[in-house]
Ligand binder design. Structure first.
Ligand code: NAI
Length: 692
């Protein structure tokens, strides 16, 4: 066997250093072949009887990112999954049983299988920086750990802390890991090897959880805690849509500290989850995300200075985000006092994200108020986020263009004005591109990268690369009204308003949408976005698509009921929380409510695809999942159509058109969508089986 993925060194203290450097990729991931080679190495090392073993990674980006997710897609049966899980567990059991000190020396990503391997070592030493992350994020893929991650973490740090990490999928840096008991030592880069070596030489007693942490695994306490965990998880995910965290709670409640039983239960449960529809769709979402991430890779352009014009809701937050991500940022507005609130908000963001004073100060230093707009000359990227007014924007561009660096790009955050219209005021219209951020900027991952007919392809590529450099996901869209996300979202929001004006309780409408899998109901979403903003976007779209705007929305806006920000909209707000009167069942047909909401979204999706607002179905799904949180376990609107079947949905649209009017007229794009209903995913179990 050729040992392509590992390299071995034995030092003068007879300590073996096992370097993991996956041969065919830039990131260390675990698959069958890696396990085979690791197993062979462990057998050889055991025979060699060294003073200790240190496992480390030669990849600059991290230790081990987890399982090789591409191998998930090749698993066709629970039996096959079980074999892979068994193999991994056997290898990690062999590692855990070695009679000499073993250390995982961690830098960068140490996630999923990486953390499971580290847990099978006697000690863990972590590099001290925010980029080093340990965690078990499996629930985000619709599964849970299966190579002993939970079985080993639970006794090590206690059920409460371990289950919190596993159920949230959250990762922690080395220092937090040390506080939790997950990590034994934290050291800066240049001391990391020394710290690992010391652990072997000193061989201190392995970490043991404190009594309170141990108490959480007590058989009397577990059923109580399990109930609490279930309630917490239920706030985010239903058992039908996301079975994995519930399965995990059950395994812990039953087996907690019995390693062998827990390992067996982990593997069996995971083998069935990994082949289920939820995990398949979430794995698909993972690949969609990778696809968006790859979009910025075609250039090595490295902008350094960002100049943002307009320090309002969007511009202020965009500037803060860019500074947080390491850019030098100048922020311009009409007067210094208009910039001050944005700087204050930025400080709050930096405190929340960076935690430590030196880092917060450095970020504040990178963000410079600049009401005179001096930053224009230095900037590589200029982001305009001023009032949504064509003439004001055009005259601004005219003034700044002569001062811009020749290779700088000009990006507008407009949410509705066609780029061609804005670009016509420029001597070089090709340098204008849209970077449509969503509110709130710090939470919304997606940025629509809008290219007009005039946008040069180089500028579009640079805009995409820049989006990645600020750790956002770029979605290339064409310059059409509403672009992709708002255009699809709007009919759904308007249908919710129509339902409400028919007398359906708002809480019932919201419940129908969240039961389908949306993260927030449409009524609450409209209130959160602001009813004035909704109305404005709806008016723009209605002008283009000949749609009707419900009178109810206009009346609320006229009455100053703008939603959450004004304290009342469809709901009344107390301390920023919607007071939702209990929706009593009544005679409402819940299935019809869901259908009306969802079908309007699906119909608009089909329309966008036909008009090539995005290049393909995958990008559309990615845009809606990352831009709106569209039920990820359904894999996106187009994937959902494929799963349910085009013909069945068309029939529903036709009957709704008869019953409710022409807004349900099927878009012409449905006809050519999927060739026949035989192409559907019915064989895999349709989502009809779950929510509705
Ligand atoms: P805003 O009204 O909160 O802020 C606009 C800021 O621009 C104000 O502070 C104003 O003083 C400044 N400004 C206006 N003219 C200026 C000029 N000539 N030079 C310098 N500063 C100037 O507006 P908001 O909501 O931040 O929107 C900005 C842009 O972002 C608009 O194009 C809007 O369509 C778009 N957008 C808004 C979203 C939202 O949720 N609010 C979401 C996505 C895009």
């Amino acid at each position: 066997m050729t040992h392509t993925h590992f390299r071995i060194e034995t030092d003068s203290d007879n300590i073996v250093w096992l370097h993991f450097d996956k041969a065919d990729g830039g990131t260390n991931v675990l698959n069958f072949e890696v396990f085979e080679q690791l197993d062979q190495h462990l057998q050889n090392i055991a025979a060699q009887r060294p003073r200790g073993l240190i496992i480390l990674s030669d990849k600059p980006n991290g230790f081990i990112a987890g399982a090789d997710i591409t191998s998930f897609t090749k698993i066709s049966s629970a039996q096959q999954a079980l074999e892979l899980l068994q193999t991994g567990q056997d290898v990690f059991n062999r590692l855990a049983a070695l009679p000499f000190p073993t250390v995982a020396m961690i830098h960068g990503f140490c996630l999923g299988g990486g953390t499971e391997l580290a847990l099978a070592c006697r000690y863990r030493v972590s590099r001290d920086d925010p980029g080093t992350r340990l965690g078990l994020p499996e629930v985000r893929l619709g599964i849970h750990p299966g190579w002993g991650g939970s079985a080993r973490m639970v006794p090590l740090i206690g059920g409460l802390k371990a289950m919190d990490l596993i159920l949230s999928g959250r990762s922690v840096d080395g220092r937090t890991g040390k506080r939790m008991g997950l990590v034994d030592r934290v050291a800066p880069e240049h001391h990391l090897q020394v710290a690992a070596r010391r652990l072997v030489l000193e061989a201190p007693p392995p970490y043991r959880a404190g009594w309170l942490d141990r108490l959480s695994n007590n058989p009397v306490v577990r059923p109580l805690l399990a109930g609490i965990f279930r309630k917490q998880v239920a706030k985010r995910a239903t058992p039908q849509h996301y079975p994995a965290p519930y399965a995990m709670i059950d395994i812990w409640r039953r087996h907690a500290t019995h390693l062998d039983e827990m390992l067996k239960a982990e593997a069996q449960s995971l083998a069935s989850l990994v082949t289920g529809l939820t995990a398949r769709n979430l794995v698909r979402v993972f690949f969609l995300q990778e696809q968006l991430k790859a979009l910025g890779k075609d250039t090595d352009w490295k902008p350094r200075h960002v100049h943002v014009i307009g320090a309002g809701t969007m511009g202020g937050d965009i500037a803060a985000w860019c500074a947080l991500r390491g850019f030098r940022v100048t922020l311009q507005d009409q007067a210094p006092e208009r910039i001050a609130p944005a700087i204050k908000r930025a400080h709050t963001l930096f405190k929340r994200k960076l935690k430590r004073t030196p880092r917060i100060t450095a970020a504040m230093d990178r963000l410079m108020p600049d009401h005179k707009g001096l930053g224009v000359q230095q900037a590589d990227v200029i982001i305009e986020a001023i009032f949504e007014d064509v003439d004001v924007k055009r005259s601004l561009y005219k003034g700044i263009e002569p001062r811009m660096k020749p290779e700088a790009i000009l990006a507008t955050n407009t949410s509705s004005i066609p780029l061609e219209e804005l670009a016509s005021s420029l001597a070089q219209p090709g340098r204008l591109v849209g970077l449509h951020f969503f509110n709130p900027v710090a939470r919304m991952q997606l940025v629509e990268v809008v290219t007009g007919k005039s946008t040069s392809s180089e500028v579009a590529t640079h805009a995409m690369a820049f989006t990645r450099q600020i750790d956002r996901l770029p979605l290339p869209v064409s310059s059409t009204p509403g672009f992709l996300v708002n255009r699809i979202l709007m009919p759904y929001l308007m249908e919710a308003v129509v339902l409400e004006s028919e007398g359906v309780p708002p809480a019932l409408i919201d419940a129908a949408a969240t039961a389908f899998g949306m993260p927030m109901g449409p009524v609450e979403l409209a209130d959160t976005v602001g009813l004035d903003i909704c109305l404005h976007v709806a008016e723009i779209l209605a002008g283009h698509f000949n749609a009707e705007i419900p009178e109810r929305l206009k009346r609320l806006v006229t009455a100053g009921k703008l939603g959450k920000k004004s304290g009342a909209g469809f709901y009344v707000y107390k301390k920023g929380k919607a007071i939702k009167p209990r929706a009593r069942g009544g005679s409402w047909n819940r299935e019809e409510i869901t259908n009306r909401l969802v079908l309007r979204m699906l119909n608009e999706s089909v329309s966008c695809l036909r008009e090539e607002v995005v290049a393909d179905r995958d990008l559309l799904d990615a845009g809606m999942i990352f831009g709106t949180g569209f039920a990820p376990f359904r894999g996106g609107p187009m994937h959902h159509i494929e799963a349910i079947g085009r013909d069945a949905l068309l029939q529903q649209l036709q009957s709704l058109q008869k019953l409710r009017g022409d807004r349900f007229t099927a878009d012409a794009g449905w006809v050519s969508l999927f060739n026949s209903s035989e192409e559907t995913l019915h064989e895999q179990g349709t989502p009809e089986q779950d929510s509705r």
